[in-house]
Design a protein around this ligand. Sequence first.
Ligand code: NAD
Length: 440
Amino acid sequence: MATVPKSTAPLRPAGVAPLVPRIAPREELNPFRIAQIQFDMAAEFLKLDPSLRQILRTPKRVLEVSVPTKMDNGQVKVLTGYRVQHNVARGPGKGGIRYHPNVTLDEVKAMAAWMTWKTAAVNVPFGGAKGGVICDPKRMSKSELERMTRRYASEILPIIGPDQDIPAPDMYTDAQTMAWIMDTYAMTVGHAAPGVVTGKPLSVGGSAGRTDATARGLLCVVEEACKLKKIPLRGASVAIQGFGNVGSAAARLFAEKKARIVAISDTRGGVANPRGIDPIKAIRYKERSGTVVGMPGASRISNDDLLTMKCDILVPAALEGVLTLHNADQVKARIVAEAANGPTTPHADEVLVRRGITILPDILTNAGGVTVSYFEWVQNQQGLIWDAEEVDARLQKTMTRAFHEMLETMRKHHVPPRAGAMILAVGRVAEATLVRGLFP
Ligand code: NAD
């Protein structure tokens, strides 16, 4: 049975309840199976009824679409896209759209489920959804991306809308992508509908503070954890895998707090400097050369070495499934702050927790983005415009409250952070599902 975490170090429980009750003998790498394992663990703690479990572990709706796209050379490529709505018991579906060659339906289903738990963990009135198109955005021109986006938007249009399901950016999609989706939607329905997507440009109803929101939320969660673990952020060493929207903003915000960014990376590899990398210089270098690799004043490091290098805080901010049984016993960070969705497999999770490493779970740690997306949607629905100070203050309040609610749940059930966040979130969704009752 579980032992009680030491009250002085509640994020570093000595002996904890197993994260994965009936762990598979082989490491599970399928993201949707991983999402289900995480759900089953929370359902077990909450003693949920079997039929309720069945409802909550299955997506509500899965849409697969063909996206015929005219390329610049005149040829038509037929791409595949998905939109998955996992659960809408607490509000309209909410979740990003990913463009990547490795998108799979199971990945989109997993991310939709994580969105359900994420919106519940920070207690914003949304459900969980996610979308993706299997494509190689780095090899597509802007006009090809626009045509693909508009066709994909029109194919998923019957199931999206400000009160139905609200997309946002994810990997390799951005504010421009959202503007195209919003325009396609508005032209089709015949009226303005800024609340159909979030993460839009400011000029068409985007929110101040959205670009940095995920990184700002992450920083807030890390700061709270550092207080409990008595790690001063000033001078703390931070390694970040992935230098896109989230990773680069996180680097900048950590540096503003006087933490040392000792390594950063992208698809082509990484760079390290134990004395610290200037994130602004790295952002400028990446803008010019397309990668951080080769930037002056830092030595070359592989993505694998970055994950296992000595540092106080490790931030995986790229893809899922990067911390596995192969490297979990070599991770030297004291805190793993999950910016990416699903970067840690359940087996790796177990190893890291047993080694006393604090894993700040994705569904809370990267929830700043969806929190400010919620603020953007509120502003759109009500015709309001909030300034950056107001948005940041509300974000700070939401993230801090959610962190402490996770902490309370951890103490109540004697579990590490991921289990605490999942039990909190699944409990909220279960309650909403039960009180609404089964239709018809
Ligand atoms: P992005 O496309 O802006 O950046 C992704 C970065 O990861 C790029 O620097 C890319 O080079 C790097 N990368 C891709 N594959 C890699 C690999 N195999 N090894 C190392 N680096 C690799 O995406 P983003 O918006 O910054 O999202 C990053 C992660 O954060 C994703 O998992 C996403 O789901 C998650 N997330 C993003 C948001 C958001 O608001 N953008 C919110 C919550 C979670």
